[in-house]
Design a protein around this ligand. Structure first.
Ligand code: FAD
Ligand code: FES
Length: 347
């Protein structure tokens, strides 16, 4: 895993609670990334190391800077730190770009459907720009849900793409809060429901066999889109989704109690941490100031993988367990001890 330090060139508010941070590309060796990937930012606050992934909102070859766009999460440590404290010329440590929510090559140019809501727009706008500027899609259709029209992130940029690439790119906004209509048929009042998804798919029905679908937003949106895509016979291989946070079923925690876990790191003496019921082993380790590596905290990047030497842990909430993980390994961000003698080893 490679680490870089990047200088902040610009910070601009997209809406009242969302900023775009532009980082200068390193001069000698620019950082390579794919549209849709994310950058993990590292901050040290009150002696604790925090790592948070943010999807690129820039697209390679379209913008010279590396841009991320951050929405404030109420009570959130790092989103508030970035919005309130980060300044131009600050230097931020980052982990190399990661993620497989990217545009895949296909023989014929595909119809690309982007389904998003709120801050889920970031990887989607990156994919949209990359696809239209590089002539990589027959058509790109963005369906974007928000609470109110004033706070639509990238409203102006989306509008400009619609004008500059009018034969290839189109966007439809869904706004839940009542608003005064701008007489624009592409701004619809209401949610992105299963029926709306059907209408959108019906409009391009004869090309759906060559379509790719990228979804980034809350669980409700993801579920309704996936349900209708299945109804239309779209295969799983044509559907990609990105989760910004993991939603865990409280029932999964029924037999999980507070336990002590021993963590052995870099051949150092093992360190014992108290894992309070409901906290992951990663969180307990970080609370004890251990320098554990991690990034996504959703069970997808594998950066927090560890070997279970003794005892048993239960992994909760991981969407799809990677085949790269060996039977004796677990992901600390999603692991909870279920016996009282757990011993873990990390590199
Ligand atoms: C692959 C990936 C890409 C991401 N890309 C972006 C991006 O482009 N823009 C962006 O703004 N965020 C993005 N995120 C989310 C981001 O990494 C942080 O999780 C988010 O900024 C909250 O961090 P925090 O430190 O402020 O909150 P924390 O202090 O970690 O959490 C505080 C509370 O907020 C809840 N919470 C955590 N994340 C969210 C969330 N996303 N929405 C609502 N509640 C939350 C937690 O459950 C907790 O209760 C991405 C996450 C992943 C996994
Ligand atoms: S931090 Fe990404 S899998 Fe655990």
């Amino acid at each position: 895993m490679r680490f870089y330090t990047l200088k902040v060139l610009d910070i601009r508010f997209e809406t009242g609670d969302t900023v775009t941070v532009s980082f200068k590309q390193p001069g000698l060796k620019p950082i390579k990334y794919s549209a849709g990937q994310y950058l993990s930012l590292i901050f040290r606050i009150n002696n604790r190391r925090y790592i948070r992934p943010y999807s690129f909102s820039s697209a390679p070859g379209v913008e010279k800077t590396l841009n991320i766009t951050v929405k404030r999460v109420q009570g959130g440590v790092i989103s508030n730190h970035i919005i309130d404290k980060l300044k131009i010329d600050d230097v931020v440590e980052v982990i190399e770009p990661m993620g497989d929510f990217i545009l895949y090559d296909s023989e014929a140019k595909s119809e690309i459907y982007l389904w998003g809501a709120g801050s889920g727009i970031t990887p989607l706008i990156s994919i949209a720009k990359y696809a239209v500027y590089n002539n990589r899609a027959a058509r790109v259709r963005l369906t974007y849900g928000n609470r109110d029209y004033e706070n639509v992130i990238f409203k102006k940029e989306i509008n400009e793409l619609e004008i500059a690439f009018k034969d290839v790119f189109s966007a439809q906004h869904f706004i839940t809060k009542p608003f005064i209509s701008e007489l624009n048929p592409n701004i619809v009042q209401g949610r992105i429901t299963a029926n709306e998804v059907r209408d959108i798919l019906n409009a391009g029905k004869n090309r759906l066999n060559n379509s790719l679908h990228y979804i980034c937003g809350p669980v409700g949106l993801k579920e309704s889109v996936k349900l209708v895509l299945a109804e239309y016979g779209i295969s799983e291989g044509q559907i990609f989704s990105e989760d910004f946070e993991i939603i865990r079923d409280p029932k999964e925690f029924e037999n999980i109690y507070t336990q002590y876990v021993s963590i052995k790191q870099n051949n150092k003496e093992p360190f014992t941490v108290e894992v309070i019921a409901g906290k992951s082993i990663l969180d307990a380790g970080l609370d004890s100031s251990l320098n554990l590596n991690y990034s996504c905290q959703t069970g997808s990047c594998l950066v927090c993988r560890a070997r279970v030497l003794k005892g048993e842990v239960k992994m909760i909430g991981v969407k799809q367990l990677s085949a790269d993980l060996t039977p004796d390994e677990c992901l600390l961000c999603s692991s909870f001890p279920i016996t009282d003698n757990v011993e873990i080893e990390v590199d």
